[in-house]
Design a protein around this ligand. Structure first.
Ligand SMILES: Nc1ncnc2c1ncn2[C@@H]1O[C@H](COP(=O)(O)OP(=O)(O)OP(=O)(O)O)[C@@H](O)[C@H]1O
Ligand SMILES: [Mg+2]
Length: 244
């Protein structure tokens, strides 16, 4: 389903990703953990081509981009649609309502007609528990509600894979649960997900696999119970010791 081969990313002289290899099967949930600056966000952004990889071969749902060659822009546009991204700070349009935020992508990017887009946006907002907030602006919503709009907006594009970059880390503690619940439901419906998070309970309960990244490489990947109870690598042990 997802295959990352030899992914590297350099910013100027700084090599931030140093040859990432990773496979994720359809319907699986992978949680990525690792210290600040280890390249977690950069990796997600490369998958969504918000950053152009320096090198590497990315495959999602049968579409492949090989960055050792020149990649045509239209291939990038098509590839980007395969993933839906949820950001730490929601990134909603402040002057649009919840409903308009969710309708925007399908209308502008997919050229869907308004009625179809509206119907699905309503259904998605209902799914994330915001049936009564369709006409609210982001400033009228709590952080947890805004993030659930963010999830609905990503889902509206019908991606093959959902990418989450610390979706709950900007939230007050009492709002974290409602967002994790929506993510858990999505996982149970069979969505393929890559989630960068420090929510270890979520990782334990929902992840099929946990990946520990450090300094631009995958140090260890294993089932959550193995990573958390008996990590195999010294660096993983040290990191978990620090945060738990
Ligand atoms: N646009 C950029 N230009 C230059 N350097 C960058 C850029 N984006 C990221 N970096 C650098 O790349 C490295 C990895 O950053 P990244 O944001 O991927 O880390 P992270 O693992 O997500 O960290 P955190 O846990 O703090 O979010 C850092 O050293 C960062 O300073
Ligand atoms: Mg990050």
């Amino acid at each position: 389903m997802i295959s990352i081969q030899g992914l590297t990313k350099q910013f100027g002289g700084l090599e931030v990703l140093k040859g990432i290899n990773l496979q994720v099967d359809r319907g699986k949930v992978v949680v990525i953990i690792g210290p600040s600056g280890s390249g977690k966000t950069t990796m997600l952004r490369c998958l969504n081509i918000l950053e152009t990889p320096t090198k590497g071969i990315l495959t999602i749902a049968g579409q492949t981009l090989d960055f050792s060659k020149n990649v045509p822009k239209k291939n990038i546009t098509a590839f980007r649609r395969l993933t839906g991204m949820v950001f730490q700070n929601y990134h909603l349009f402040p002057h649009k309502t919840a409903l308009e935020n969710v309708m925007e992508g399908p209308i502008i990017v997919k050229r869907e007609d308004k009625a179809t887009a509206r119907k699905r946006a309503e259904a998605l907002l209902e799914k994330v528990g915001l049936r009564d907030k369709l006409d609210s602006y982001p400033s009228q919503l709590s952080g947890g509600q805004q993030q659930r709009v963010g999830i609905a907006r990503a889902l509206a594009m019908e991606p093959e894979v959902m990418l989450f970059d610390e979706p709950t880390s900007a939230l007050d503690p009492e709002l974290v649960g409602e967002v994790l619940k929506v993510m858990k439901d999505l996982a149970q419906e069979g969505m393929t997900m890559i989630v960068v998070t420090h929510e270890m309970r979520f990782a334990r309960e929902v992840a099929d696999e946990v990946i520990f990244m450090d300094d631009g490489v995958v140090v260890e990947r294993n089932q959550p119970e193995v990573i958390f109870s008996r990590p195999q690598k010294e660096r993983t042990k040290k990191f978990l010791h620090m945060i738990m």
